[in-house]
Design a protein around this ligand. Structure first.
Ligand code: NAI
Ligand code: MG
Length: 366
């Protein structure tokens, strides 16, 4: 049976980079690597303009029945004034919530050809390959109470609450351990167990799960502040990092700058395994936004979007050899000197579609 992909190009540069992802998917189908069936929907400002919502019920149903969703980017100044409930980001949040996407995977890979784009010295990042696994549906961003109350004396109180239960920690840790087994077999779990009860529980649960099911994987614990420091000091010591929603948000943004360009970074958000089919709901998207400043000009770097397809091949479809081949094509094209404007450092540049075509041409050689 064909794999069903829902494509949500969204706004700004979204349609331009999604076109390059589509070329790759069409090529893989035509080459007989795997059969993909694609459908297209609207999300973000594009959905608001068409339906007055950030994603329609029809497109949500398509997302629910798809084997994987590919999303490019949402948002832009055009929709700054729209009501809060239907702002572009609401489409993304609805997808995450309704698909139960609790695990956010953010790789930080530094291609040898791009070491100079890093915020760190080349030798610290050359060959860097970290995977940050961030819990995405719990913690302080969602815990109750969550409110601002008026204390009546000219003072107010703002409250957010960090809540984690055993099952939430176990399922995210499981994702990290399983990933580590396919990589360098090392997990660093991070929290603030020295000052937070939820952090203490996090450490206990991860430790117990490790002893029970994953004792073949090397596990370390590191306090989140210390991990932030080590990420900038000696990032190559890490393989898989697993952490909560808040710390994962911060640490993955720090890690992204170790690699140089926002236009290069893909991500995956995974849900739980369906007990009957063993399949996971999944959404793949670049880390960057809709880049309205360069939209419609053919300047966008499509690599983060293409890399998001690669993650789908790897984590939704188990097509590891194909994923490796596309990754290698990306690395080879970069090594040959091809650059979109964002990574050109003043040198010669190619357009969005030229970069996509070059990666496909490289892939066809293998
Ligand atoms: P952004 O990531 O869109 O852009 C930041 C800078 O990086 C810009 O100079 C942009 O031109 C550049 N850039 C980003 N992606 C690029 C690519 N593929 N190739 C070349 N250059 C690239 O972030 P910004 O400007 O803060 O937000 C713009 C809009 O995107 C806003 O409406 C924001 O809400 C939305 N946004 C959406 C996200 C999503 O869809 N997941 C994530 C972040 C922001
Ligand atoms: Mg962030």
């Amino acid at each position: 049976a064909a794999y069903k992909l829902l494509l949500l190009p969204g706004d700004g540069i979204g349609p331009e980079i999604m076109a390059e992802a589509e070329k790759l998917v069409a090529f893989l189908s035509a080459a007989g690597v795997a059969a993909f069936e694609t459908e297209k929907g609207l999300v973000g400002g594009a959905a608001y303009d068409a339906h007055g919502v950030a994603i329609s019920e029809g497109d949500m149903a398509l997302a629910q029945s798809a084997d994987a969703v590919l999303l490019a980017a949402v948002g832009g100044p055009k929709w700054d004034g729209v009501p809060y409930d239907v702002r572009p980001e609401a489409g993304l949040l609805r997808l995450r919530k309704d698909l139960g996407l609790f695990a956010n995977l953010r790789p930080a890979i530094c291609y040898p050809a791009l070491v100079d784009a890093s915020s760190l010295k080349p030798d610290l990042v050359d060959g860097l390959d970290i995977m940050i696994v961030r819990e995405l549906t719990g913690g302080v961003y969602f815990g109750e109470p969550k409110e601002i109350t008026d204390l009546g004396n000219g003072q107010k109180r703002g409250v957010d609450t960090q809540v984690y239960e055993t099952y939430e920690i176990e399922r995210i840790a499981r994702v990290a351990f399983e990933l580590a087994r396919k990589r360098s077999n090392r997990v660093t779990s991070s929290e603030k167990s020295n000052v937070m009860k939820s952090g203490l529980l996090w450490r206990e649960v991860v430790t117990a799960l490790h002893a029970r099911d994953y004792s073949d994987v090397k596990l370390d614990h590191m306090l989140a502040d210390s991990l932030g420091m080590q990420l900038v000091r000696r990032p190559k010591q890490f393989d898989v990092i697993v952490t909560d929603n808040l710390f994962g948000d911060l640490l993955s943004d720090v890690a992204s700058m170790l690699t140089g360009s926002l236009g290069m970074l893909p991500s995956a958000s995974l849900g739980g395994e369906d007990a009957a089919t063993g399949k996971r709901k999944a959404l793949y998207e670049p880390v960057h936004g809709s880049a309205p400043d360069i939209a419609g000009k053919g300047l966008a770097n499509p690599i983060a979007m293409i890399g998001s397809v690669v993650m789908a091949l790897r984590y939704s479809f188990g097509l590891t050899a194909v994923a490796d081949a596309v990754d290698k094509a990306i690395a080879d094209v970069l090594a040959a000197g091809l650059r979109t404007a964002d990574i050109a450092a003043g040198g010669a540049t190619v357009s969005t579609s030229e970069m996509g075509d070059a990666i496909l041409a490289e892939l066809k050689k293998t």
